[in-house]
Design a binder for this molecule. Structure first.
Ligand SMILES: [Zn+2]
Length: 590
C-alpha cells in the first residue's frame, strides 16, 4: 500500500539529515580535503574509492560507479525502496510524513503499539524458555530436534507457559492487556493464546517480530501448529521467515535458499546454510517474491519431497520467473523435508547439502523432469504425451523465455521440433502428429539411456566434424564430463590430422565403446546437427562446468571461514563473485 508522498517530504527530510553521518554508520570514513573517503559498501575493494561530498550531500564510487544522495544510499544499503528509505530517514529526522486522517493516525498508532507488544512478548517467551522451570518442556523439544541454544536464540525461540503467565507479566509491567489481545497473544479470558507451545517469532527483514507460529509440546494436542491472526501489524503472505538472519549471506552467496517450514530454516541455519529462508505459512506469494527480489535474483528451492511439495516448487518456479528471477530446485531424496534430511546427515549435513545444491537442476529443467516422470521416452506414444506436458509447462512461462525453453526441451528430450511447437494444431482442436519416420530423432536411441548434453555434442561432432572449428574455441576438454573427455580429445586429434574425413579412416583404432557411439550417430544422427547447435551445446557444457566450479569454491569458502583464514576467504570470495558474474552473463545467452 504505497501512499504517494509529496516531494516536500523528501526535501524536508533531506534538509534534516546529514549524509556523512548516515554513511558513517556503515562505512569508516576518512576526511581528505573537503571530502570523505572510505571502502565502498557496494562492491569489494581494498583501497577506498567511495567518496562522500558533504557540501553537495552526494556520494560517488569510482570503483562500481554507483552514486546518489542520502536516499539512494539508504535504498541500497538497507535494500529497501525509495519510500522505505524516506520512512527510515524521516523517523531518524523526526519528520512526520504527511498529515494523516484520524483513522489513518489511529491505525498507525495501533500498529506501533502492536509492534512494541509483539517485541515484548518475544522477549518474555524467550525468557521463559531458557530461564524458568516452565520452559523445560520447550527445551526438551528443541533438544529432540537437535536445535542448539545458540541457534534457538538467533531465532529468538521461546516458550509460552500454561495459564496466564503473559497476562500476569503485563499487569506487573502495567502494560495494556487490550493491545495484547489485539495482537493475538491473549484469549478473551486472559489466558495465553500460545499456552504450552514452543513459540517461533515471525520477524520482518529487520528483525521486528510481526507474529508467531507455535508448536505444541503435548502429544494429545490435535493442532500441532497454531498461528497469530492477521492484525494491523501482520499480513500473511508478506513476510519471509528468516530473512533478517539470512540477508547478509544471501548477498554474499548471490542466492537465497527457499524452504517451506520454519523448522527447515532453523535446522538449515544450524547446519551452516545461513542464506536460507521460508515462505512461512502460505504458498509463495507475489509479495514475497517481490520482497526476495530486493535481495537476490536467484532462488534455490528446497521443498518437501512429496507430491504437494513438488507441485509447490513448480508454482514457485513460475512465480519467480514472472519476476525475472532464476530458480534451481533441489530434491531431498530419502527424507520428507529438508529438516529431516539435514538432521539425518548429522555432522555431515553441510557437505551433503553442498552436494545436493550442486546437482540442483534449473527450475525449468526440474519441471521438464516432472512432466516426463514415469514416461518411457523410447515409446512413441509416451513421447507424444511427454511433449504435450512439456508444451503446457513451457506455456506458463513469460513469453520472452518460451522460445529458448522450447529449444532446450527439444534437446533435452530429443523430440523432433514440431512436437514441441505444435500449439496451432492444438488450438484448432487437432492433435500434433508424431514423427512417423523418426528419421533423425534421438528417440531411436536405446530406450532408458538419456542423452546428456555431452553425448549429444559428441554425436553431432561425429556427423559434422567441421563443427570442431567453433566448438574448440568455446570449451576445453577438461570442461567436459570425465566420461566424454577421452573420446572428445581423440576425435579432435583425428580431425586435426585427417580433416573431415579423418574419422572414417581412423575409427577402427578407437576403443569399442567409442566406435559404437560414433557408428550409432552416423546411422541415426541427432535431430539437429548444425554448427549453431554445436556452439550452444558447448556453451551449456561450459556453463555446467562453471556452476560446478562455483559450488566447489563456495564449499572451500565455508571451510576457509571456519578456519578463519581471512586472506583465503577474500581471495575465494573474489573468485566466486567473478565466476558468478560470468555464469549469469552466460545464462543470459545460453
Ligand atoms: Zn563501489
Amino acid at each position: 500500500m504505497p501512499t504517494p508522498t509529496s516531494d516536500d517530504a523528501f526535501a524536508e527530510v533531506k534538509a534534516k539529515v546529514d549524509l556523512v553521518k548516515v554513511v558513517q554508520e556503515h562505512v569508516r570514513l576518512t576526511k581528505r580535503n573537503k571530502d570523505f573517503w572510505g571502502l565502498c559498501p557496494f562492491h569489494q575493494e581494498d583501497s577506498p574509492s567511495f567518496k562522500v561530498n558533504p557540501q553537495m550531500q552526494s556520494w560517488y564510487c569510482f570503483g562500481c560507479e554507483r552514486s546518489g544522495d542520502v536516499f539512494t544510499f539508504v535504498e541500497l544499503i538497507e535494500k529497501t525502496d525509495k519510500r522505505g528509505a524516506l520512512q527510515l530517514l524521516a523517523e531518524r529526522a523526526g519528520v512526520e510524513l504527511r498529515k494523516l486522517s484520524p483513522e489513518q493516525k489511529e491505525r498507525s498508532d495501533m500498529r506501533r503499539r502492536l509492534l512494541a507488544m509483539l517485541k515484548l512478548a518475544a522477549q518474555f517467551y524467550e525468557y521463559v524458555l531458557w530461564s524458568t522451570p516452565a520452559g523445560e518442556t520447550g527445551r526438551r523439544l528443541l533438544a529432540e530436534r537437535q536445535v542448539s541454544e545458540e541457534n534457538a536464540r538467533r531465532f529468538q525461540l521461546g516458550y509460552a507457559p500454561a495459564g496466564r503467565g503473559f497476562a500476569e507479566y503485563l499487569r506487573a509491567k502495567k502494560r495494556s492487556l487490550a493491545d495484547a489481545q489485539e495482537a493475538g497473544l491473549l484469549r478473551r479470558d486472559g489466558t495465553d493464546f500460545f499456552a504450552e507451545r514452543l513459540v517461533i517469532p515471525i520477524r520482518d527483514e529487520r528483525g521486528q517480530p510481526l507474529a508467531f507460529t507455535a508448536r505444541t509440546v503435548r502429544a494429545d494436542e490435535q493442532r500441532k501448529y497454531i498461528n497469530s491472526p492477521e492484525t494491523p501489524a501482520y499480513v500473511k503472505g508478506r513476510v519471509i521467515f528468516g530473512l533478517d538472519l539470512a540477508r547478509d549471506d544471501i548477498a554474499r552467496r548471490g542466492h537465497a535458499v527457499l524452504m517451506e517450514g520454519q523448522f527447515d530454516v532453523i535446522t538449515a541455519h544450524g547446519a551452516g546454510i545461513q542464506n536460507t529462508v521460508a515462505s512461512s505459512g502460505t504458498a509463495l506469494t507475489d509479495d514475497q517474491v517481490r520482497l526476495l527480489k530486493r535481495f537476490t535474483d536467484e532462488l534455490l528451492l528446497v521443498f518437501d519431497a512429496d507430491r504437494a511439495g513438488r507441485q509447490a516448487a513448480q508454482k514457485a518456479v513460475l512465480l519467480a520467473a514472472a519476476h525475472q528471477m532464476r530458480t534451481r530446485v533441489a530434491t531431498v531424496a530419502g527424507a520428507k523435508d529438508p529438516d529431516e534430511f539435514l538432521r539425518a546427515a548429522g555432522a555431515d549435513a553441510l557437505k551433503q547439502w553442498e552436494e545436493l545444491a550442486a546437482k540442483a537442476p534449473s527450475g525449468f529443467e526440474f519441471g521438464m523432469e516432472e512432466a516426463a516422470a514415469g514416461l518411457n521416452l523410447g515409446n512413441a506414444n509416451h513421447v507424444e504425451l511427454a511433449a504435450r506436458k512439456l508444451r503446457e509447462w513451457i506455456a506458463q512461462f513469460p513469453p520472452a523465455l518460451q522460445e529458448d525453453y522450447r529449444e532446450r526441451a527439444k534437446r533435452w528430450m530429443g523430440v523432433s521440433g514440431h512436437l514441441l511447437a505444435a500449439e496451432p494444431d492444438e488450438r484448432r482442436g487437432g492433435r500434433p502428429i508424431p514423427s512417423k519416420s523418426g528419421k533423425n530423432g534421438l528417440e531411436r536411441l536405446p530406450a532408458g539411456k538419456k542423452v546428456t548434453v555431452g553425448r549429444y555434442l559428441l554425436m553431432l561432432l561425429a556427423v559434422r566434424p567441421v563443427a570442431f572449428d567453433r566448438v574448440r574455441t568455446k570449451i576445453t576438454a577438461d570442461e567436459l564430463d570425465e566420461e566424454d573427455r577421452g573420446i572428445y580429445v581423440r576425435m579432435l586429434e583425428t580431425y586435426e590430422r585427417g580433416g573431415v574425413s579423418g574419422l572414417e579412416k581412423e575409427l577402427a583404432g578407437y576403443p569399442a565403446e567409442e566406435q559404437d557411439l560414433i557408428r550409432r550417430a552416423w546411422a541415426a544422427p541427432p535431430p539437429n546437427v548444425d554448427e549453431e547447435v554445436a556452439v550452444e551445446l558447448a556453451e551449456r557444457i561450459r556453463l555446467d562446468h562453471m556452476r560446478g566450479r562455483h559450488s566447489g569454491i563456495i564449499r572451500e569458502l565455508s571451510e576457509a571461514e571456519r578456519g578463519r583464514d581471512s586472506e583465503r576467504v577474500a581471495r575465494l570470495e573474489a573468485e566466486a563473485r567473478e565466476l558468478a558474474r560470468a555464469i549469469s552473463d552466460m545464462e543470459r545467452r545460453v
